[in-house]
Design a protein around this ligand. Structure first.
Ligand code: SF4
Length: 371
């Protein structure tokens, strides 16, 4: 008897938890290795949803899921024990990756394609919290891609503008994510995000999400908005004081109270649903604690983007298990109902991770809920 197919959102949870083995590691767009935030991923498209699945983690080499050799159009299938579980495709390698700046820097070292149509950059590839292992966010690999020569430390506004224009013209990217390591100043990176946004907006009409820690003063939110930032991400990552202190001892010095005050101040500037927070499930916070925090966020108009933690090679958490698919379902099913009820759907976000949605099955759950 052929097993009935899993609903797409449950399959995505499983693939993001177990990872996928690849018949052809070079298929599709280049995978993400290192960098800020989740990594060691590759983009695949299943049932119209483009998601990032781990392909370089320790767990993925033992995954029961296997992506077969794609055809010349990137079409493939995922199988388990030789039985097809889903048709899939790999997004094609972006054309802008073939270009370099006049001074010889490949565009792919300045910004990369995420998901299907997102241009992503880490404006400053170093972080005040990364210098010391006692302060480092344990899941982060911001220094790894720099050390491996896959990126440059500081992307200038002019470089970002040049690459953004090419990515729109050649590959039709639809929005841009600008994140940054946290510099030493009290603005926590807001000013470099502002100069970058001004330059990109002058070159091309591309919605931008900026991501940073809450700056010292709320005045930065209006300045970012005026500079052309359409949406803002301030990422809690972990939600309880114990897990924050253990997993991100440096960043935990910025209190939850400050995060929530910053959310309250940012929502009127950017609009309901245009401020978001990335939350990593699987680091020790219970599903109840995560959902409780999400309820607080939604109540003030912040989109809680909950994603499964991915253990990245080369980080202190590389052997930490990824959350199970059941744990993700326990969070994402009620969370999707919560955000839809509140009118904060991923599809209404102008730019950024919540809109892209590729690191989580949340948007796929939302898709299944009528408005
Ligand atoms: S959700 Fe964010 S980090 Fe993940 S692929 Fe999309 S833009 Fe990149």
């Amino acid at each position: 008897m052929t097993p009935s197919p899993l609903p797409t959102q449950l399959l995505i949870n499983r693939l993001q938890s177990s990872g996928v083995r690849l018949a052809d590691p070079a298929a599709g767009a280049d995978s993400r290795r290192g960098g800020a935030g989740p990594s060691d991923h590759k983009a695949i498209t299943i049932d119209g949803m483009t998601v990032m699945v781990p392909v370089h983690t320790h767990a993925s080499s033992d995954s029961p899921y296997f992506a077969e050799q794609p055809d010349e159009l990137g079409r493939s299938r995922i199988s388990r024990d030789g039985v097809e579980v889903a048709k899939m495709s790999f997004p094609r390698r972006p054309r802008f990756y073939d270009l370099s700046t006049e001074d010889g820097i490949p565009y792919s070292k300045i910004a990369v394609l995420h998901g299907r149509d997102v241009l992503a950059t880490t404006v400053l590839q170093s972080c005040v919290r990364y210098a010391s292992r006692t302060k480092t966010c344990q899941f982060c690999a911001i220094g790894e891609s720099l050390a491996a020569g896959r990126t440059i430390e500081r992307k200038t506004p002019a470089q970002l503008a040049e690459v953004a224009r090419a990515a729109v013209d050649l590959d039709g990217v639809k929005h841009m994510v600008m994140t940054t390591g946290t510099p030493p100043g009290r603005d926590r990176g807001a000013s470099i995000l502002i100069e970058s946004a001004v330059a990109v907006k002058a070159a091309v009409d591309l919605p931008i999400q900026a991501q940073c820690e809450p700056p010292d003063s709320d005045v930065w939110f209006a300045r970012m908005k005026q500079a052309g930032v359409d949406a803002l991400g301030m990422h809690l990552e972990a939600v309880t004081p114990e897990v924050r202190a253990r997993i991100m001892p440096g960043k935990a010095q910025v209190s939850l109270q400050r995060y929530f005050a910053a959310f309250e101040a940012a929502v009127p500037v950017f609009g309901r649903g245009q401020v978001s927070s990335y939350i990593l499930a699987g680091l020790g916070d219970s599903s109840a604690a995560i959902l409780q925090t999400c309820e607080k966020l939604v109540a003030i108009g912040v989109y809680p983007f909950v994603v499964p933690f991915v253990p990245i090679s080369g980080t202190p958490l590389q052997h930490h298990p990824a959350p199970s698919a059941d744990f993700m379902h326990e969070i994402l099913a009620p969370l999707a109902a919560l955000v839809v009820r509140a009118g904060l759907r991923a599809t209404d976000i102008k730019a950024g991770c919540g809109k892209c949605g590729a690191c989580s099955a949340l948007a796929t759950y939302e898709r299944g809920i009528a408005a």
